[in-house]
Design a protein around this ligand. Structure first.
Ligand code: HXC
Length: 513
């Protein structure tokens, strides 16, 4: 055989992974192979593989007879919409995609290149975890990856796509990255699987209920996006990265093409109900302000009382954080604070300006929240906003009460511009609660007739249930009509384009974790 034909044969062999039977099994389970996934993820013919002939060196437990070129992970670089991306994709057909010493070294090599060259890293995970036959060296391999994930955090965007089982150490690399995608019914994430759970806690639970895509989307908040199959999932990843810069020294791409349906300027006038106790969907406000169809909601099914996601204003990427009156009246609780804080920090790390829509009645009271540490968790959101140096604008649509007013990107914690709609109510608390406290003694002794008390309530509402006391003090910068919001935001973010704010010199802050 001539040398060129030999190379071609070797390539074919490497591309077969664990062999045809195992590829068929993968397909039967509704899963694509590692290479098919890369092909769908990257631009056509843009993938360049690195390390396809790498083999493991283990001999224990018959591994010397199970050698597969590439060792269960396909690594390399390519482009998405013309921009450089580094990728690894674990091949479940090779020893269950398990992570050996050399498999880990291949991933680390790609991570090092991504860091040196400042481009995002996308990891497609489909692996039974540490290669059991290799023992401690595979554990050390995971640690090498965790170390690099942490060093790369805030320098390059890191995305984890979970497309198979992910147990033990295998969940901690994704957890260290910025965004996790999961596929319903074929991907799982758990520290220990159902069998161990049964032994330790005597609970009977399926893999899907314990660590499936929906469980993590709705209950734990571990993942950020879910899809119904591999194809849809990879399409979503391709779309998401268009909102990100390549690294923390760059700005997100700014497509000059955008569309905005002018009818939305009329629609936005009618979103808020007349009665301030009636909920409305804040996403309608978001959609009627930003470029058409540009909102990409993150963690849509978790802590629905806060909405976070990426959007575009005249093509520029924004990070949007909005209280959601349609879920628990938009109150801030532990989950909402954690969700908001993590999103704010991603945006700040990657130079993505922040837009806040505020309609918040306060923090959620009660023993459950207090004992689980709402003080610490709520402080995360406060800290994240206060630390952010990107351009920041807040629009108060309705309620801005109590500590939550301070937390939700108030000017006093460093926001650049704060606007309020005429419907805004900016106060320590709602009028009813305020009257009850101010006139507590009189109410208790019944020395004040009910109509008098109602008068006091109205007096408090008259004084504070509007945006003008705050505007008089310059705590907000202007009161604007809903239909003026888009134009005000476009002008505001343009004005802030060259904002340069530097945090005090320090090793790193100590966010209340
Ligand atoms: C070596 C493995 C493997 C592993 C699977 N295989 N996991 N080989 N090390 N960790 C192999 C199987 O032997 C099998 O080989 C092939 O992969 C497919 O596995 P199946 O069991 O047939 O597939 P399936 O029924 O789909 O089940 C998948 C699975 C199960 C749920 C992942 O294989 C499993 O539970 N594996 C062990 C998971 C685990 O406990 N890993 C260690 C986690 S601890 P053949 O030759 O038959 O195709 C960890 C520590 C890291 O990761 C710590 C860092 C801090």
């Amino acid at each position: 055989m001539d040398k060129n034909t030999d190379l071609k044969k070797r390539r074919e062999n490497s591309h077969l992974g664990g062999g045809k039977a195992r590829i068929d099994k993968q397909h039967e389970q509704g899963k694509l192979t590692a290479r098919e996934r890369i092909t769908l993820l990257l631009d056509e013919n843009s993938f360049h593989e690195i390390g396809q002939f790498v083999e493991h060196r283990s001999t224990a437990f018959g591994l010397d007879k199970q050698v597969f070129p590439g060792d269960g992970v396909v690594t390399g670089f390519g482009t998405i919409h013309g921009r450089l991306i580094y990728v690894f994709s674990q091949d479940f057909t090779v020893l269950g995609g398990s992570l050996s010493e050399t498999h880990a070294a291949k991933i680390c090599r790609i991570m090092d290149l991504a860091m040196k060259n400042g481009a995002p890293l996308i990891g497609i995970n489909d692996s039974g975890g540490a290669r059991i036959q290799e023992g401690v060296v595979s554990l050390a391999g995971y640690a090498d990856i965790f170390y690099r994930n942490t060093r790369a955090s805030g320098v390059i965007p890191q995305i984890s796509v979970i497309m198979g089982p992910c147990a033990g150490g295998a969940v901690y690399s994704p957890a260290l990255t910025d965004f996790i995608f999961m596929v319903e019914e074929t991907s799982y994430m758990f520290v220990t699987g159902p069998n161990v759970v049964k032994t330790v806690t005597h609970e009977s639970v399926t893999s899907e209920d314990l660590g499936g895509a929906k469980a993590h989307a709705e209950k734990s908040g571990v993942n950020h996006f879910i899809a119904t199959n591999d194809v849809e999932c990879l399409k979503k990843v391709r779309d998401l990265v268009t909102y990100f810069p390549q690294n923390s020294n760059e700005l997100a791409p700014h497509p000059k093409q955008f569309s905005f349906n002018k009818a939305k300027l009329e629609t936005i006038k009618h979103i808020l109900p007349e009665n301030n106790s009636i909920p409305y969907d804040i996403r309608k406000v978001v959609d009627n302000v930003i470029d058409d169809a540009s909102f990409r909601e993150v963690q849509e099914d978790f802590a629905k009382n806060i909405v976070v996601g990426f959007g575009r204003l005249e093509g520029r990427t924004l990070g949007i954080i909005a209280n959601q009156p349609a879920a628990m009246a938009g109150v801030l609780d532990i989950d909402a604070s954690r969700k908001g804080a993590r999103f704010v920090r991603f945006c700040d790390a990657f130079n993505i300006p922040l837009l806040v829509f505020e309609d918040v009645p306060g923090f959620l009271p009660g023993t459950d929240q207090e004992w689980r540490g709402i003080i610490t968790h709520g402080a995360k959101l406060l800290y994240a906003f206060a630390e952010a140096t990107v351009p920041r604008i807040t629009v108060i649509t309705r309620k801005a009460y109590g500590g939550a007013f301070d937390v939700m990107n108030s000017k006093n914690i460093g926001a650049d511009l704060n606007y309020a709609w005429p419907t805004a109510e900016i106060a320590v608390m709602g009028a009813k609660g305020a009257a009850e406290i101010i006139f507590k003694r009189e109410i208790a002794s019944a020395s004040i007739p009910e109509e008098k008390w109602k008068e006091k309530e109205a007096e408090y509402a008259e004084l504070f249930a509007n945006p003008y006391r705050a505007a008089e003090r310059g705590i907000i910068d202007d009161v604007i009509l809903p239909e003026e919001t888009r134009a005000k935001l476009i002008a505001g973010f343009k004005m802030l384009e060259n904002k340069a704010e530097v945090l005090p010199q320090k090793k790193h802050g100590n966010i209340p974790l």
